[in-house]
Design a protein around this ligand. Structure first.
Ligand code: DC
Length: 225
């Protein structure tokens, strides 16, 4: 059976984007990394000097900006291209400044409402792999397949460090671990759509698994009848 919609949730650095993009490629599905949308709003806020605690202005900004996520337009290792009001921000949304404020921005209910509406509209066409924190619980509770991808914080920090270093962004492992733990805490404790596994999600722990092994495990779950 091929599911219409596949939801992959989990904490920062669990491998959701890597695995989600590969699953989508294998199945010929559309891939949407919803974290990139919250990152784009956070970047817009930084660029316009909007404070990460100013809920009203963030909500207005989230409704106003145009975020478009599509196939890669440059062959520089990106899995997709992110446009913010027409400007290519694919790498800018990965900066440390965005890491520092994105969880605060994503906590604002009206920001989430604006993003969720776009995410659901995209999923209506079907054949989509959507990754995030609340896809199986809130955005697409009816998704036919739900995966909760996770790994220990130490493993996630190690992967982040390697991934950033490959792009020439050298950051210390312990700083990255602190950042991951801080984001885990804000993402899990927020009042609206906190990070948690849906009751009907299949849990996949990726500690010690290569990308290929994790991919095979997720594909087996996604395609089983
Ligand atoms: O997956 P990521 O690290 O790129 O996500 C960035 C932030 O966006 C993350 O700290 C929490 C937020 N987020 C969210 O609240 N809901 C989602 N569906 C996806 C991401």
């Amino acid at each position: 059976m091929t599911p219409r919609t596949i939801a992959i949730d989990g904490p920062a650095g669990a491998g959701k984007s890597t695995i989600g993009a590969l699953v989508a490629e294998r199945l010929g599905y559309l891939f949407l990394d919803t974290g990139a949308m919250y990152r784009a709003v956070a970047l817009a806020a930084l660029r316009r000097g909007v404070d990460a605690d100013d809920g009203d202005r963030l909500a207005a900004l989230a409704r106003e900006v145009r975020i478009a996520i599509g196939p890669p337009t440059v062959r520089d290792g990106r899995a997709y291209t992110v446009l913010l009001d027409g400007d290519d921000v694919t790498w800018a949304i990965r900066d440390a400044g965005v890491d520092a404020v994105v969880s605060q921005v994503a906590r604002i209910p009206a920001v989430r409402d604006a993003m969720v509406a776009q995410q659901r509209a995209l999923a209506e066409r079907g054949r989509v792999v959507m990754v995030g924190r609340d896809i199986g619980t809130v955005v697409l509770p009816g998704a036919e397949r739900k995966i909760y991808l996770t790994a220990s914080a130490a493993e996630r920090a190690k992967r982040r460090e390697e991934e950033l270093r490959a792009r020439g962004d050298v950051r210390g492992r312990s700083d990255l671990l602190d950042e991951i733990l801080r984001r885990d805490r804000i993402d899990s404790e927020r009042a609206v759509a906190p990070l948690r596994a849906a009751d009907d999600a299949v849990l996949v722990r990726t500690d010690g698994l290569s990308v290929g092994q994790a991919l095979e495990r997720v594909l087996a779950i996604v395609t089983r009848s």
